[in-house]
Structure formats: C-alpha cells, structure tokens
Write a protein that binds this ligand. Structure first.
Ligand SMILES: [Zn+2]
Length: 140
C-alpha cells in the first residue's frame, strides 16, 4: 500500500483535528469537541455502509466521499468519534498526563480513571513523584 504525499498531508491534518477533540474532551469541553468532529464528518463525507467479505456476515463500515486512504480513514475516525462522544464513552478520550508525553488514549479500564497513555508513562510519573517526596523528606 502506497500513500502519496498529498494523502499523508491530509491524514496529518486529520490527526491534528483528532488531537483537538481529545484535548477538548479531556478538559470537559464537549461542545468544542463536537464542533470539530462534526466539521470532520462533513469534510470527509462520512457515511455508514454495509460491507461483506465473501463467506462472512455483513458488517458496518464507515466510508468517506471517496475511498482513498486519506478520506476513507479520516471518515472512519470521524465516525468513531461521533459514536464515542454521542454515547457515555466520550469521557474515555484522554490526554496523557505525563510530562514530556504528547500522546492521547482511549481509556478501556474498567473504572475509567486512566491518566496515562501507557504503563511506561505511569511508571515514570510514579518514580518522579517518589523522588520528589524522598527529596522533600531529606530536606527536612
Ligand atoms: Zn504518555
């Protein structure tokens, strides 16, 4: 599969918009997130479609105004975000709280209290907090 420079730039633009959605949801600004997602739905022409692989049952897929990698994938992402934000799953979109990390995540934990994109970031922040507490005790 080859991605043209034009498609790569289109997808990069989509990721910037998706980042804004995650930041808005993480900050409790659902109206801002919805506005970005709705604009993405319109610009990609996102629409549901039933697709089937021979021998398999029909499945709901999301397509765009065309099925290029850039527009098709962006439409799928936009559709997924509408389903998340339009349900009780919107609160599961988060921004990693670790310093020097710019990742976002979808919180799939049972209780929905995730703050970090990965165990690596969680461990790094726990270690930093431990060092800060230890340094505070040593200074007394
Ligand atoms: Zn992280």
């Amino acid at each position: 599969m080859t991605v043209s420079m034009e498609e790569a730039l289109y997808l990069a633009g989509t990721t910037l918009k998706v980042r804004r959605v995650f930041e808005a949801m993480d900050a409790g600004r659902e109206d801002d997130a919805a506005a970005v997602v709705n604009a993405l739905v319109v610009s990609t022409g996102a629409r549901p479609q039933l697709d089937r692989v021979p021998g398999e049952p029909w499945q709901v897929h999301f397509h765009g105004a065309d099925d290029t990698i850039a527009v098709g994938w962006s439409a799928g992402i936009a559709s997924a975000l509408t389903l998340a934000i339009g349900s009780d799953l919107g609160g599961r979109l988060g921004v990693c709280q670790a310093r020097q990390c710019d990742r976002v995540y979808v919180d799939t934990s049972r209780n929905g209290v995730r703050q970090f994109c990965s165990r690596s970031c969680q461990s790094r922040m726990k270690a930093a907090a431990f060092r800060a507490r230890s340094a505070g005790r040593a200074a007394r």
